[in-house]
Ligand binder design. Structure first.
Ligand SMILES: Nc1ncnc2c1ncn2[C@@H]1O[C@H](COP(=O)(O)OP(=O)(O)OP(=O)(O)O)[C@@H](O)[C@H]1O
Length: 634
């Protein structure tokens, strides 16, 4: 249960039964939206139009739902009216024809229940189908977006669009749509019927509305602030818990448990105080409304009784009024609540549409629903790729435009022959990883060209291009699933034997079979139960299985024990055989056999050659090698 829900429930709990608390007994009291940050759509009309496009697919069902709402409201209004007639019948006609009225009443309440059931049943169908399609479209678009989109956004925020925002839309469609329509109809219908029965009593009933609004304003002006305070403290507390739980290892390593508990206690205390006053004030609301409602009831009874005695209205009319007055404020409250919920759902929908309208990275997307399905003319030539790589005067900047100063990479010329290994070295931030990102077309350079087997890579569809490459990165990402499934990620149609053969070549087989479930061991997403080195071995097995023409290795910086390191080196050596490889190297002892070593510094190539030639040159590489060699020897 969310804090907001808890808050609502507690208001309700203190208010007594719905019967003695008109308008405030429902699960969403007038305070339901208090404390909720006011999220509003930037383009309300536009977003509603887009949402309508999804809903319009089910327009016949919607018309049916609306019809059921009309039936439901009509039955709801007719019920008390016929009850009044029945009472009058008893009082003035001594029960003559009462049976007919009772049967009629039974029919009305049966119709009321049936229409309520059908309107909800059909509306839930519409909303679930709508959000299903939205979720599908959103997820699909998300996977067509460029990597930059993900780099620049927090993952949690993106996740919340797929989960919370869509959920919000779903909840609102489930309930608000019907509620709003029903509330407007009920309110208008009640007003008309009441005015027709007795204009004087209608005026008396209406008196309660301004009083109620004033009372609510008085309280909400106080509680609004308090609930916000409560939400803020709750947010802080949650954030703190999340941080300390995920950072448990560090907390323990630095013996910070005591301090962490003390800080938590302080935040917990602040939350308790804020919640206390928020709840105390909000507890007044149902009480106040009870008083107002009882007062209005008493006035109606008094004036109604007086009018009856004078023969102006019948006993049944008082009964109808009492019932309508009891329900009178409900549609108003419902409308106020639903309106807020609706606005926040539209804001959620807007965030969803924002993602859907992002430009996908596939240039040929206009004429294809999923551009990945389009076969690029150059693809045929890539079937037998040799793996020759050329960078011709490539300059690039992450946020630069053509013509501006491009400084992440400046005038890079590279040539790697098929089957050769090129190592990229240089200090942190020199641009090594950026070179591999350009090769995979995560970004396109603003100047210069990159060619594979003489083909400009901008003429190759990105997915085709990436299919030529295998990546073994510093941070091996493992998905939730078995080890077998994780290795098979390299080539989905590989048989179990092929998976095992790849694991053997990657030196991963021996550690896998020592696990109790072997290849069927289920890894969690962070795979905390296997070591960094073992993760790398799995990544190598994945790459061996994929059998790419070009290999990109981003060496792990973290130190791995010597035995695992030897295993990794051996596996990598096997993997690199016969493939063009680009190695982003951090430790120079692993790249001494590379066919060429390129030294980068601040986005420029400052030296290149073989290990021996660079050492002989006694330049930057020589110094780097010496310093690493000395520090490793120490
Ligand atoms: N997505 C990005 N957006 C903006 N700037 C970036 C991005 N990625 C890297 N950079 C910047 O580009 C420069 C080159 O980064 P790059 O990751 O290529 O360096 P590197 O040589 O691989 O470094 P390291 O050895 O630390 O991995 C750095 O200044 C870095 O801050």
């Amino acid at each position: 249960m969310s804090e907001q829900q808890r808050t609502n429930t507690s208001i309700q709990d203190q208010g007594g039964s719905p019967a003695n608390m008109p308008g405030f007994g429902g699960p969403r009291g007038p305070m339901a939206n208090l404390g909720k940050p006011k999220v509003r759509a930037k383009d309300l009309g536009g977003t509603i139009r887009k949402l309508w496009r999804y809903l319009a697919v089910h327009k016949w069902m919607l018309i049916l739902v609306l019809f059921m709402v009309v039936v439901n409201v009509a039955m709801g209004l007719l019920g008390p009216y016929v009850l009044g007639l029945a009472v009058d019948n008893l009082v003035y006609e001594e029960g003559d024809g009462l049976m007919r009225l009772i049967i009629c009443l039974g029919g009305i309440y049966a119709g009321l229940s049936l229409s309520a059931f059908l309107q909800n049943y059909w509306m839930i169908g519409i909303s679930q189908k709508t959000v299903y399609t939205m979720r599908k479209d959103l997820f699909r678009r998300l996977h067509l977006l460029p990597i930059d989109y993900f780099v620049k956004r927090r993952h949690g925020e993106l996740m919340s669009r797929i989960t919370n925002d869509i959920d919000n839309v779903s909840q609102t469609l489930n309930s608000s749509f019907i509620q709003i329509f029903s509330s407007v109809l009920t309110f208008a219908g009640m007003l008309v019927l009441m005015a027709a029965l007795s204009p004087l009593l209608t005026l008396v009933t209406l008196l309660i509305v301004p009083l109620m609004l004033l009372g609510m304003r008085w309280i909400t002006s106080r509680t609004g602030r308090l609930f916000k305070e409560q939400q803020r403290h709750l947010g802080e507390l949650n954030g703190y818990v999340e941080e300390t739980v995920s950072g448990q290892r560090i907390v323990k390593l630095f013996s910070q448990e005591k301090r962490v508990i003390e800080e938590f206690m302080e935040k917990n205390r602040r939350l308790r105080d804020a919640s206390y006053w928020a709840q105390v004030y909000s507890g007044f609301i149902p009480k106040l409304m009870n008083v107002l409602n009882n007062a209005s009831f008493a006035i109606i009874a008094a004036i109604g009784g007086w009018l009856t005695l004078r023969g102006v209205i019948s006993v049944g009319t008082i009964l109808v009024f009492a019932e309508y007055a009891r329900q009178f404020t409900r549609p108003l409250n419902d409308l106020a609540n639903q309106f807020n919920t609706l606005l926040s759902a539209v804001a959620g929908a807007e965030r969803v549409f924002e993602v859907m309208e992002e430009e996908p990275e596939f240039e040929d997307h206009e004429d294809h629903e999923d551009p990945r399905e389009k076969v690029h003319p150059q693809t045929a030539q890539l079937q037998t790729v040799r793996g020759e790589i050329r960078f011709e005067n490539v300059s690039f900047s992450y946020d630069g435009d053509e013509g501006e100063k491009l400084d992440t990479l400046q005038g890079i010329d590279l040539h790697v022959k098929p089957g050769e290994t090129m190592a990229l070295v240089g200090p942190t931030g020199a641009g090594k990883t950026t070179i591999t990102s350009l090769l995979a077309r995560f970004y396109d350079p603003q100047q210069g060209r990159i060619l594979i087997d003489g083909l400009d890579i901008t003429t190759i569809a990105r997915n085709e291009l990436r299919r030529l490459m295998g990546f073994v990165l510093q941070d091996t990402f493992l998905f939730t699933g078995t080890i077998r499934e994780n290795i098979r990620y390299g080539r989905l149609d590989a048989s179990d034997e092929e998976v095992e053969r790849a694991a053997k070549l990657a030196n991963a087989h021996s550690f896998i079979i020592q696990l109790p479930q072997g290849y069927d061991t289920v890894l969690t997403q962070d795979a905390a139960d296997i070591s960094q080195g073992q993760r790398q071995l799995l990544a190598i097995a994945r790459a061996i299985l994929a059998d790419p023409a070009i290999l990109i290795l981003d060496e792990a910086t973290s130190s791995i024990d010597t035995i695992t390191e030897i295993k990794i080196q051996e596996a990598l050596y096997r993997l690199m055989q016969g493939r063009t490889s680009i190695v982003v190297a951090h430790r120079l002892n692993t790249i001494q056999n590379a066919d060429q070593i390129v030294v980068l510094h601040q986005g420029r190539i400052i030296e290149r050659g073989t290990h021996q030639s660079l050492l002989a040159k006694k330049g930057y590489y020589h110094d780097l090698y010496q310093s690493q060699f000395t520090s490793e020897a120490m």
